[in-house]
Design a protein around this ligand. Structure first.
Ligand SMILES: NC(=O)c1ccc[n+]([C@@H]2O[C@H](COP(=O)([O-])OP(=O)(O)OC[C@H]3O[C@@H](n4cnc5c(N)ncnc54)[C@H](OP(=O)(O)O)[C@@H]3O)[C@@H](O)[C@H]2O)c1
Length: 357
């Protein structure tokens, strides 16, 4: 974005973009393989006429939803959109044409579409005489709800968030194998919030064999305490030797479950990408997490650290092929949050994006 572009934006448009970024956060995990996008329509005086968000895959895009709400009043109005309007016919028609047909005369978008199939929307609109401003609040949007999708389009694999809970001395279970309730109830609810915004939850076979987890989203997103949330992410177990028994809880009918028997995390991610998965939550255990980290396939780390000491028991992370301090994976911390007495740390490996071994 050039500074000239930024200067062209009105305060009302900037406020609308911030509002749209918030709306987009509310649909994270519900649109894949499409991006979570929001659009706001403003009249020439900067008043909000309507808004819309991308519908689940196969449904309408944000611009069309917003235009539908606004109707005839869209003539001569401005569309503020978090992502460049798409310029191709997929399961729905191009948003560029919908904006033109509705009589929108100005479009402000934050992030250019990196998907070569859908890109060129800005140019198409300009060519049709629409005033187009690209780039306002780009960072806010690109680092917000769109981040996993942008990453996955750039790398042709899902964005991977590795989540773990450990004691202060880095143990993910006690020596006797008990691992339940390391973190406190506030942290556990937070994990459900995290599950609620991803497309798939991935675990290794041992985690299923030892813990028999449900791997569902419960008690958040409008569901009552302990109850299943309406949308559930795909449950994935990487089980090379087919050791997980059919009566494991992950095979109940609360959500869909996929068993992958590949030993190569990259192939597992490719299989998930091909199914439309754009954001994966890697929930352990330590062995599988080590394999992902070694392959350079962890994009974000979310750690719940409980103020407990065990002194013995399995580590939160097993061998990741690192033998010397100079090879340690260095993380850039983006958030440190107190959840009761637990501490949540959100960080990302500081290697440049896309640099994988
Ligand atoms: N505190 C936490 O946040 C947390 C979260 C989850 C789990 N846990 C704890 O972690 C423990 C289980 O962890 P774990 O380390 O024993 O097992 P794990 O990581 O869940 O599973 C390891 C297994 O995954 C399979 N696997 C598939 N692809 C692999 C690859 N590329 N590299 C390595 N393994 C691959 C292997 O089994 P096959 O050869 O049979 O395929 C391997 O033995 C449990 O005690 C659980 O309670 C803690």
């Amino acid at each position: 974005m050039s500074s000239a572009d930024a200067a062209e934006v009105t305060d009302a448009e900037l406020a609308a973009m911030h509002h749209a970024a918030g709306l987009a956060r509310g649909i994270a995990g519900r649109t894949s393989p499409n991006p979570p996008v929001a659009a706001v329509i403003l009249d020439p005086a900067g008043r909000r006429l309507g808004e819309g968000v991308t519908q689940p895959a196969g449904g309408e895009h944000a611009e069309v939803m917003a235009l539908r709400e606004v109707g005839e009043a869209a003539r001569g109005a401005t569309a503020v959109v978090t992502l460049e309007p798409c310029n191709h016919t997929g399961r729905t028609g191009p948003c560029t044409e919908a904006l033109l047909a509705a009589g929108i005369t100005r479009v402000v978008f934050a992030v250019s579409d990196p998907n070569p199939l859908a890109a060129g929307g800005g140019d198409r609109l300009r060519a049709a005489g629409v005033e187009v401003v690209a780039g306002p609040a780009r960072e806010l949007v690109a680092e917000g709800a769109l981040r996993p999708w942008l990453h996955s389009v750039a790398l042709s694999r899902p964005f991977v968030t590795w989540k773990f809970a450990s004691t202060l001395d880095g143990r993910s279970a006690a020596a006797d194998g008990t691992s339940k309730w390391i973190s406190n109830p506030v942290s556990r609810t937070d994990v459900h919030e995290l599950r609620d915004i991803v497309d798939a939850i991935v675990v290794g076979s041992n985690t299923v064999l030892l813990d028999d987890p449900q791997l569902t989203v419960r008690g958040v997103g409008g569901a009552a305490d302990g109850e299943l949330t309406q949308r559930q992410p795909l449950r994935v177990v990487i089980d090379r030797r087919h050791r997980v028994p059919p009566d494991a809880q992950i095979f109940d009918d609360a959500a869909e479950t996929l068993v992958l028997d590949t030993a190569v995390p990259r192939f597992a991610l490719k299989a998930l990408y091909d199914r439309g998965i754009r954001h994966v939550l890697l929930e352990g255990g330590a062995t599988l997490a080590g394999a992902f980290l070694e392959a350079g396939l962890v994009d974000e780390v979310v750690a719940y650290i409980a103020p407990k000491l065990l002194g013995a028991g399995p580590a939160a992370l097993n061998d990741a092929g690192i033998t010397s301090m100079v090879d340690a994976v260095t993380l850039e911390v983006s958030d440190v949050i107190r959840l009761g007495d637990d501490v949540k740390i959100v960080a990302r490996p500081s290697r440049p994006a896309g640099q994988e071994e």
